[in-house]
Each structure stands twice: as structure tokens, then as C-alpha cells.
Write a protein of this length. Structure first.
Length: 288
């Protein structure tokens, strides 16, 4: 039996947090599931142009770190980033409580069976990010809710990409693109609100967008640009053109293109240069 226990331990990919978390909405007490990362569990692979870190299959199988960061109450499905979960303003609790069935209904339209009392997998991981998008509607501007919705939507899109790779032909590719388009909207809206003084971005300490590295404010500007280039709305071509032109100027200024730049992270600089060239060609096609 001891040998079996040891074998099980070597295959363990997560653990329950020591300290319990109490839901501010329904009072449910639970322990967060955390992903273990040592002992060769995570083998870093390619960094995509959206700054999503891919991982190679290890002896633990395929692991998806983005399935774990969102904190979700397993009873009422209130969700938020870990640092905000217990800080929901008290005057918002009745609204979140009243919306319980509507958020469950929305998630179950996509995933009929989800159980947050069980260990996370791709399904519950994607569902957790969608719940974060919904629940930040109830946080005030000081929490920088719009950019957090953007990050959650983007992470959901990436998880749907992985689901499509594992289960092709189930329309997960359509859902991936849909939520990346939502992320594009949220990123643009967050910057617009910051410019207008309606919402600060200082409530976000780590911009991600993935969990392996924080690319900071400049990384957020880059992600906004690449999302507009790849998923921006075509309903108003002139508006799309303006956003692309603004993105090109931002990328040029941010990375000092045309000059030597040693202060920016290598991968971000490389992706920024590639995006700058693509934006230039896209804008030229518009002009023609």
C-alpha cells in the first residue's frame, strides 16, 4: 500500500490550500485548488503572439495552468481573481446573490455539467474564467474591473483553443474566437476609460496576460494591439482603421522601433516588431 501511495503522490498535479476561503456572497467555506509546478510537471514551450505560454506534455500529462487562478465559490459560483474574491463591496452582495441562477444558466448553456467541488479540468477552468468576466460587473472602478474582464476573456479563449485541439469539431474554435473578440472589446474599453478618467488601471498589480510572466503595462498595450489586429470588429471599418493606426503608433513608441532597445523583454520586443510590420501592411491595404 505504501508503494501505491507513493505512486499516486508522484502523479499528483495539484493540492488544496492550507487556509480556507469564505465566499462573501453565500458564506460557503472551501479550499482553493493550487497547481503544483515542480518535478518536471510543467515543461515550457512556445510563447504565442498573444503572449500565451504553451506547455509540452510531461509524464504528468497535459497540464493547463490557466484552469486554476480564478477563485470560484463552488456553491453560488461567484468568481473573481484571487486577490479580489473576499473584497466584494458589501452593497453589491445582494445583486450578486440575485444573479446566481442567471450566471449558472449562462455557463450551463455551454457546459451542461460543471462541478466546482471537484478538481479543475479544462471544462471547469474555462467556466471559471467566464464567471470572472460576469462577476466583475459588480466591482467598482477602483478594482480595475474592465481590464480584469479582458484578461479573463482572453484566458477563456486560450482554454477553448486547447479544448478544440483535444476535441475538434465541437465548435470550441468558434467559442475561442468569440471570447478573444470579447477580450479585444474589454482591452479597448479599459484604455478608453483610463483616458477618460473613469477607471484606473492601478487596481491590477499583475497584467499577465498568462500566469508564467508579468509583461506589465507595456505588455497590456501590446496585447490590446494584437487583439485589435486579429479580432477587432469590422462593423465600423473607419473605427477599426483608427484603432489599428493608434496601435501602430503605440507599438512604435513603446519599443523604440528604429532604435536599439535593450530594456524590453526579448520575446515581447520580437513580437512587437512583428506586429508593427503586420499593422503597417494592414493599414496600407486600407489606404489602397
Amino acid at each position: 500500500m505504501a508503494k501505491k501511495s507513493g505512486d499516486e503522490n508522484t502523479r499528483k498535479i495539484s493540492f488544496q490550500a492550507k487556509d480556507a476561503t469564505r465566499c462573501p456572497v453565500c458564506g460557503e467555506t472551501f479550499r482553493r485548488e493550487e497547481l503544483l509546478s515542480g518535478s518536471g510537471r510543467l515543461i515550457a514551450g512556445k510563447l504565442t503572439d498573444e503572449l500565451h505560454r504553451l506547455y509540452e506534455t510531461s509524464r504528468y500529462g497535459d497540464l493547463y495552468p490557466l484552469a486554476y487562478p480564478a477563485t470560484v465559490c463552488p456553491r453560488c459560483w461567484f468568481a473573481a481573481m484571487e486577490q479580489d474574491f473576499t473584497k466584494l463591496p458589501k452593497d453589491e452582495i445582494p445583486q450578486v446573490e440575485a444573479a446566481e441562477q442567471s450566471r449558472k444558466d449562462m455557463i450551463q448553456m455551454i457546459f451542461p455539467v460543471v462541478d466546482f467541488y471537484e478538481n479543475r479540468d479544462l471544462v471547469s477552468g474555462a467556466a471559471s474564467q467566464l464567471l470572472v468576466c460576469l462577476c466583475y460587473d459588480h466591482f467598482p472602478a477602483t478594482f480595475s474591473p474592465t481590464i480584469k474582464q479582458g484578461i479573463a476573456a482572453l484566458r477563456a479563449g486560450w482554454l477553448f483553443d486547447h479544448m478544440d485541439a483535444g476535441f475538434p469539431g465541437q465548435h470550441y474554435n468558434w467559442l475561442a474566437e468569440l471570447f478573444k473578440k470579447k477580450a479585444c472589446f474589454f482591452y479597448n474599453e479599459a484604455l478608453a476609460r483610463e483616458t477618460a478618467g473613469k477607471e484606473t488601471l492601478s487596481g491590477l498589480a499583475v497584467f499577465g496576460p498568462d500566469t508564467d510572466k508579468n509583461y506589465g503595462y507595456e505588455g497590456m498595450l501590446y496585447v490590446r494591439a494584437v487583439l485589435e489586429y486579429k479580432y477587432g470588429s469590422q462593423k465600423d471599418p473607419r473605427r477599426h482603421y483608427e484603432l489599428l493606426a493608434d496601435s501602430k503608433r503605440t507599438i512604435a513608441k513603446m519599443f523604440g522601433l528604429g532604435k536599439s532597445s535593450k530594456s524590453k523583454p526579448g520575446p515581447l520586443l520580437e513580437h512587437g516588431k512583428n506586429l508593427y510590420d503586420k499593422l503597417g501592411k494592414e493599414l496600407q491595404d486600407f489606404d489602397e
